[in-house]
Every structure is written in C-alpha cells, then in structure tokens.
Design a protein around this ligand. Structure first.
Ligand code: FES
Length: 119
C-alpha cells in the first residue's frame, strides 16, 4: 500500500493500492473530487503534486508548462511513492493562463506540437 496525503484537506492521509488510478482510490474512500472523461484527456481532475512521484504516462491533457508546475492527472496517475498532493479547484491556480498575455514558449508545448514535421 501507498500513502496519499491531501495537503489542503488538513493533511488527511489515505492508504491506496499503487496499481489503481489515484482518482478511483480516493473517491472509493469518500474524497469528493472533480472529474470528467476519466481517460486523461479533459484536465478536470488535475491536482498539484507537492512531493513524491507518480506514473502518468497515459495522460494527454497537460502541456509541459503544466507538468513543470507539478500538475498530475488523477484519473490515470498512479503513485510510485508515497505522495502529497493538493486537490480540487483551489489547486488549479497555475493550471490555466491567458494565451494572449502569457503565450507558451516552444519548450512548454507538447513535444509533438513543438516539432515541425517535414512533409
Ligand atoms: S477526468 Fe478527464 S483528464 Fe481526468
């Protein structure tokens, strides 16, 4: 079992099976979390990783800027270590940006978008 601590819920900790997605494990234990597609594509379930490591290879919702800011996609992420996260919309303060005031730099895009393909 692996421990997930919710930093913005009084540090409450839950023991979870590391093979299951974090969203499923926490919801099964009564944690109310926003979600939409449940396959890693819509960003609704994003949370902020404060410490520890997750495997979220299956997510397609986040760009590199969001990943570098610590965001994880709970519906597909599985904990690789004990982790501490911030959940809910109050953890989304760095998730969205105004693209006109703050455009993404090339290194912040997804790799397949940043690279020009030769025709
Ligand atoms: S619910 Fe859509 S990305 Fe997680």
């Amino acid at each position: 079992m692996t421990a997930i601590t919710l930093a913005n819920r009084d540090g409450k900790t839950f023991e979870v099976n590391p093979k299951r997605p974090i969203l499923e494990s926490l919801r099964d234990q009564g944690v109310d979390l926003p979600f939409g597609c449940k396959y890693g594509g819509c960003i609704t379930c994003a949370a902020k990783l404060i410490s520890g490591k997750v495997d979220q290879n299956r997510q397609v919702a986040l760009n590199n800027r969001q990943i570098n800011n610590g965001y994880i996609i709970l519906c597909v992420a599985r904990p690789l270590t004990d982790i501490t996260i911030e959940i809910g919309v109050e953890s989304h303060n760095q998730l969205y940006r105004n693209p006109f005031l703050d455009p993404l730099k090339p290194h912040e895009l997804k790799a397949d978008i940043a690279t020009l393909k030769e025709e």
